[in-house]
Ligand binder design. Sequence first.
Ligand code: ADP
Ligand code: MG
Length: 611
Amino acid sequence: MAKINKLPKHMADLIAAGEVVERPASVVKELMENAVDAGATSITVEIQHGGISYIRVTDDGCGIDREDVKTAFVSHATSKIKTAEDLNTILTLGFRGEALPSIAAVSKVNMITKTATEEMGTSLTIEGGVITDFSDAGCAVGTTMIVRELFYNTPARMKFLKKDVSEGNCVASAVEKLALSHPEISIRFIRDGKQVFTTNGDGNLQNVCFSAFGKDFSNGLLNVDSAVGNVSVNGLVTPPFNCRGSRGMQYFFVNGRSVKNTTIMAAFESAYKNSVMVGKFPGGVLFITLPPELVDVNVHPSKIEVRFSDEKAIFDAVYHAVKSALSENTSLKQAVLPDNKTVFTDIFSKPQQEFKQTTVEENIAYTEKVLKPLSETSFVSDVKTDYVADDDDDPFNIEFPISIPEEKIESKTVIVAENPKEENNIRLIGEAYKTYIFIELNGKLCVIDKHAAHERILFNKLKSESQISGSQMLLAPVTVTLGKEEYIAVTENIETVIKSGFDVEDFGNGTVIVRSCPMDLDSCEIAPLISEIAEYLTKNRRDITNEHLDWIYHNVACRSAIKAGDDNSDVELLALAKQVVNDNDVRFCPHGRPVMIELSKYELEKQFGRV
Ligand code: ADP
Ligand code: MG
């Protein structure tokens, strides 16, 4: 007896439905995409109980001719492609002709639709894939789809659904994604009778972000707009200081389709490297547009994954687009002070404890080393002219007659401003907690973290110097004895260590010898640093990008930089401040902490009850 049976149509449909319709959000996604493909200018989505009991999607698109209405629910019936060649140049969101039959197979569907040329619309009811009603309907041009009791006939699937709230959140996220990718369409989302958000369809992405994600996310978004070859990238991204605790706010679209893609994600995050704190992730909405033949969207039934014929081109395009958006950004993190009353009580009740910041103490303990006179270190060298205070009447104003002999200024130690703008007006106010430099910059009060600033400057300098050209020869070479594993790791990666500015050689017997080291590093730091590098290399053998080198630069910079708690003269502090101000690349320390923040006049006035 034959054992292989052809499954009846309704069973085949149920199985196929499993791939397309996973949960209410997938239904909403498919129905909204159909509305977009139909040329809608406004779409309303309404759900109840997370979309499990009720979903309605109404659009003002082209509608469906009465003679096509039933066909639309037949498997693989689509108006969007005709030939196999069409698959290579898909410009619509749908094309597989699977959504409507899949949805209809696992729920109770009512479609009401009308085209512009018809006098009367059509209403079709399908329950579990079986047509139960087909009749006239008085309605406007466009289509309304109502989906009730999802998975009512597939209890196994029903069990996999989460609570109404979670399913509702997924639906919200699907609606948001569609709204982001179509700012030109006005979208309304109603959840359990309450309007959650609307977009006005004015084509402005910033406005959509504001409606969907609120002020916190939308504030200060940076505009991305660039093209490399035939790949263009645009959208909005968060400035580094507004990064998030997860990747939840990363939205990527390829040719208008929301996708998950590791290449895009990696390129996006790489652009923020060294500007974002560990454990923080940038957010943003990025649209990647490329000729449709260079991307395969037919990889996954729900079309969430795509494949690129040239991954590298995509990586480069995204990386450069975001990187240039970030480099044009000069905005500073704004300090928001707490409610003024609490500040007063705290300050006056226990001044000592409040003022002794733990970071200072930690840092003082951390550094026992004797700092080289700062005038010999790099950042002072950028001050070439005498500093003259700009306001004589100001008691806090300090005049700094700085005269550094020209020959002391080595060109390689001068960090040149990336986009030197008009002359910045900087006035040093002073230093607090031996950590923070207060300056007035073009009339604004700014605070600089001196360690973070110096660390970043040194890090940039190390990165820009080729090989060991920025090294200093040691009077007495330093030998460092390492553990077996560590010794192997260092000798295996000796090129990387040399590249980072150490002239290091295998000395045999588990020992390496260092003859020169990066310019600003104190010689007593060499041995501990080499041990640290060795340990790091042991744990991270594989180096795909320049990760290792960057890690070493971070650590060299950290050890070479001045620390919180160090004594620095006003001359040094001002010189450092000038370097920070004049170089847009000195905004975050290599671990992503901000280097300079602005304390706005408004914030202060708020504290003093002036506003
Ligand atoms: P696909 O979108 O992949 O073509 P669907 O099953 O989602 O497949 O839809 C089948 C067809 O029904 C579409 O090709 C389109 O012609 C028509 N259709 C579906 N929804 C709408 C709508 N909201 N407005 C106009 N036509 C629609
Ligand atoms: Mg579709």
